[in-house]
Design a protein around this ligand. Structure first.
Ligand code: NAD
Length: 254
């Protein structure tokens, strides 16, 4: 269903982004992947998907501009933009490292502005486009010790709505998907800090902190998120715009 479309998926060397890149490539899109990781592993992923790779660090606007040029030159301007890259840091606000705050805002929020402003003109010109932002349940509700992440994700949700209104008449939809806890390295990596911050064991963090919020008591899978992203790319989804679609096992219903 995506033959002839070009998709740029940021943060797609692992986790949710990788699953989305796989889903879009599986439907025939030409995909550019992005993110960090072991070069051999990234080469294997690129080969598997027939995808092009750009290693832009999304905290740097100049590297984002060069990634968009790279995509446009080699594959064509993106018809589908998935802003998925994201980082987390867990700390009380009074101890929050200033550099971590700046990095989280830059990667999780400001990069979404840069890719969007660069990609949207050609989508409007073609009167077809899909912008899908991976937000989070933390775009709707908060948890303690995640001030930067919660601020950035609430920002992504607001940005999504604003751009959706701007592009509404141009065949371009702009939405965010807000997963609850998805089992990826991002979640795995925050377990030690949460253990320290709250003086808990690993099992207590998994069950009493993470899954405590999620009524289904199971982690969302990257493949479930990818299936929703793929649906948003379909023609049938053209009236879904400016939405913040929760996939959180009931978390934000409570
Ligand atoms: P992940 O750590 O597996 O993937 C993050 C990706 O972003 C990786 O490809 C990584 O290399 C890339 N990345 C990190 N910093 C980057 C930078 N400066 N420049 C370019 N790429 C960079 O984590 P994930 O859980 O798959 O997270 C993907 C998105 O989903 C994030 O936006 C995250 O906030 C969001 N999310 C995750 C969960 C969850 O529970 N895992 C829940 C809700 C939302």
């Amino acid at each position: 269903i995506l033959e002839g479309k070009v998709a740029l998926v940021t943060g797609s060397t692992s986790g949710i982004g990788l699953a989305i890149a796989q889903a879009l490539a599986g439907e025939g899109a030409r995909v550019m992947i992005n993110g960090f990781g072991d070069p051999a592993e990234i080469a294997r992923i690129s080969d598997d998907l027939g995808a092009l790779y750009d290693g832009a660090d999304l905290s740097d606007p100049a590297q984002i501009e060069s990634m968009l040029r790279h995509c446009t030159d080699e594959l064509g301007a993106p018809d589908i933009l998935v802003n998925n890259a994201g980082v987390q840091h867990v700390s009380p606000v009074e101890d929050f490292p200033v550099g971590k705050w700046d990095a989280i805002l830059a990667i999780n929020l400001t990069a979404v502005f840069h890719t969007t402003r660069l990609a949207i003109p050609s989508m409007k010109a073609k009167q077809w486009g899909r912008i899908i932002n991976t937000a989070s349940a933390h775009s709707l509700v908060a948890s303690p010790n995640k001030s930067a992440y919660v601020a950035a994700k609430h920002g992504v949700a607001g940005f999504t709505k604003s751009v959706a209104l701007e592009a509404a008449k141009d065949g371009v939809t702009v939405n965010c998907i807000s997963p609850g806890y998805v089992w990826t390295t991002l979640v795995e990596n925050q377990i030690p800090d949460t253990m320290k911050a709250r003086n808990l064991t690993r099992e207590q963090v998994m069950n009493d902190v993470l899954l405590a919020a999620q009524p289904t008591k199971r982690f969302v899978t990257p493949e479930e998120v990818a299936a929703l992203a793929l649906f948003l790319c379909r023609e049938e989804a053209k009236s879904i715009t400016g939405a913040n679609l929760s996939m959180d096992g009931g978390w934000t219903a409570a």
